[in-house]
Write a protein that binds this ligand. Structure first.
Ligand SMILES: Cc1cc2nc3c(=O)[nH]c(=O)nc-3n(C[C@H](O)[C@H](O)[C@H](O)COP(=O)(O)OP(=O)(O)OC[C@H]3O[C@@H](n4cnc5c(N)ncnc54)[C@H](O)[C@@H]3O)c2cc1C
Length: 292
């Protein structure tokens, strides 16, 4: 299939207008952001919305703002804007790492952070990034605003806590002292979806030990973060053997499936190796002195 089923189209002029249109057109309406996930799904007839509500004119959802110890990112912020933002690169190098390997410039110029998180594709890179950064999702609907943690927002593959009448408006990233983060992905060719990827964020205590750590994996069947790996990292001094232990724990926690991108053993090996690498880089970026 290359041609979507027939649909109607309307442009929202404000957030309130988009919310009113979602209510008016009901369950068969869908929001259109960058369209780089929704339109391919429509062409394959995996999605058959009767109404597309285009939110591309909502410039009020396209921003990156530092507000004390939080970085606020509007849902319509494009991948390219994230990639090129000096604030994002300095505070959250993991976002830049991931954006460099998401698709190609054509997709990055249109695709949005909101669309990426709402699509909830298990191979989607920014979902892992937002999980390990302990991001919050700000949602607006007919009953006002609510704020969810990422583990509450993502309910499983292609499933979020968003009601049909709600809009994801903002992603909040907490800024932490002495922190570092990193993302690394293995893909079959440049611009492809991940065979496997890993993301890590660490915050160091004043004595150089790891105060907090988060480890996430992409495309290998890990919901949430690798909690066992995180537990064994906390309170320890960054060291190669510690990263190896965390890598083994993350690999044991995931549940990859064999497909055209590779067999289970290979993907599990990647989960282990990529976890070690991102922990090493995240700790280095946080200014850690590494042992071993
Ligand atoms: C060739 C190609 C390669 C790609 N490679 C990668 C890759 O390597 N890694 C990766 O992570 N991604 C990849 N992508 C996906 C890309 O990042 C998309 O931009 C992203 O998944 C969806 O963002 P979007 O803005 O295009 O959303 P859309 O396609 O417009 O929307 C996706 C879904 O989210 C809903 N939605 C969108 N915004 C909101 C909102 N604010 N509130 C409520 N619901 C909303 C829509 O209704 C729809 O259901 C690729 C895409 C293509 C076409």
């Amino acid at each position: 299939m290359q041609i979507p089923a027939a649909f109607d189209y309307v442009r929202a002029s404000s957030i309130d207008d988009a919310l009113a249109l979602l209510q008016q057109h009901g369950p068969e309406s869908r929001v259109l952001a960058g369209g780089h996930s929704l339109l391919p799904m429509m062409k394959l007839r995996l999605a058959r919305p009767e109404w597309l509500i285009d939110i591309n004119e909502l410039t009020e959802l396209d921003y990156i703002r530092r507000d004390a110890d939080v970085l606020r990112i509007g849902a319509m912020t494009r991948h390219t804007t994230l990639l090129e933002s000096p604030d994002v690169g300095r505070l959250f190098p993991i976002v830049r790492d991931a954006e460099q390997v998401i698709a190609d410039p054509v997709v990055r110029n249109r695709g949005t952070i909101g669309g990426s998180l709402c699509q909830a594709d298990p191979a989607e890179d920014l979902s892992t990034v937002c999980k390990v950064l302990r991001a919050e999702a700000v949602i607006r609907g007919p009953n006002g605003e609510r704020v969810l943690r990422m583990d509450e927002f993502h309910r499983g593959p292609y499933e979020t806590a968003l009601e049909q009448t709600e809009l994801l408006c903002e992603v909040r990233l907490p800024v932490r002292q002495r922190s570092g983060s990193a993302y690394e992905k293995v893909e079959r060719r440049v611009g492809d979806w991940a065979v496997a990827a890993a993301g890590a964020a660490v915050a160091l205590a004043p004595d150089g030990t790891i105060e907090d750590a988060a480890v996430g994996l992409t495309a290998v069947g890990l919901e949430g973060t690798a909690t066992e790996a995180e537990t064994l990292l906390r309170g320890k001094r960054p060291a190669e053997e510690l990263f190896a232990e965390a890598g083994r724990a993350a690999a044991a926690a995931c549940d990859p499936v064999a497909d055209q991108r590779g067999p289970v053993d290979y993907k599990r090996h990647l989960a282990d190796e990529l976890t070690r690498r991102v922990l090493r880089r995240a700790c280095g970026r946080a200014g850690a002195e590494r042992e071993g």
